[in-house]
Design a protein around this ligand. Sequence first.
Ligand SMILES: Cc1cc2nc3c(=O)[nH]c(=O)nc-3n(C[C@H](O)[C@H](O)[C@H](O)COP(=O)(O)O)c2cc1C
Length: 391
Amino acid sequence: MDSRGSRAVNVEDLRRIAKRRLPRAVFDYIDGGADGEVTLRENCRVFESVRFRARNAVAASPCSLRTTVLGTHIDLPFMLAPVGSSRLFFPRGECAAAREAGSAGTVYALSTLSGCALEDVKAASTGPVWYQLYLLGGRECATAAIERARQAGFSALVVTVDTAVAGQRERDARNGAKELLTRRFWAMLPHAGQFLARPRWLAGFVRDGGLMRFPNVVLAGSGPMQYADVGAALEQSTVSWADLAWIRDAWGSAPIVVKGILSGEDARRALDAGADSLVVSNHGGRQLDGVVPTLQALPEVVAAVGGRAEVYLDGGIRRGSDVVKALCLGARAVLIGRAYAYGLGAAGGAGVARAIEILRAGVVRTLRLLGCHDITALDASYVEIPRDWIR
Ligand SMILES: Cc1cc2nc3c(=O)[nH]c(=O)nc-3n(C[C@H](O)[C@H](O)[C@H](O)COP(=O)(O)O)c2cc1C
């Protein structure tokens, strides 16, 4: 890895390195959120309002970070969330991230909107791999992707339910994301400077084949979906609870994870519709701005689920102590999005490995300072939450 990447002490360091290596439009695509970015900021801020109640002078013994998700053993209590277009951050980005997740003994979840074929991503990882589903291209197209994922050996299907339309990410609009996708010279020209200013990234991008199509969204008649068509396609592919029935038929008996739950009501609806586990998620503040930050929504969802299913959380995880707080409040495990995407943008697979190591070491240190040596023993007695979180 680039020596600066290996010296990154925390996720914010990886973020800064990614900002220096990536063109502005690509960095802001990772870093930005919807509208005023209120939920994006709040996702991180709420971790600060949860306090630990440490048990000191507890005999030290090796810490165990092992747990199970959907019956599969993983070596870390965090997994890699679906992050679309990772191939823009680094050549063959999805394969690189999946490889590092597998080496670390955890799950990689592949986005429908990825630049690498799902079969290649599965082959790149030695660990469990999940497929995240958008209904892009309609039911037939989605059914074909589900069948491919099943055949390739993906072990769970993640159905994201918070993306009825793409959120308005103002940074993308300012950076000319729409114009850059027109492939029209005069429309692109005012925004081209940001790419020329990052020659190392540009050389890798060109070597990797330039602007990718989406090889897992194969449209009848026209082949893999073009990058420019995503916004319109998302609007025509809203998922509803009723869709879970045919998705279940297509996927078979393997687990379905519903991602994008923020209330007890939706948690119950998802379970009634056939979900095997849930992700408390607001898409990292990229969709509806102003929704509740995920850590704050977690207790309500955990209470509504009442032990019937595993509940995971994503949003705002930047430190090992954040992982531990979410586990204390009832998450079985968490998913990280930007924390590893910054690593990928900073230094490819080596940057992802660094992000994972920073978080792993942070979880171990936090456990030892808390006086708890097994993540499966964490519970609400290790934290204090603000009174107004309890409804
Ligand atoms: C650049 C980027 C692209 C994303 N693409 C997808 C996607 O294709 N599908 C999906 O379900 N979630 C997607 N997400 C949301 C993540 O899966 C996850 O919910 C979010 O990143 C968690 O917040 P965090 O980034 O603060 O960890 C994306 C997030 C980012 C940052």
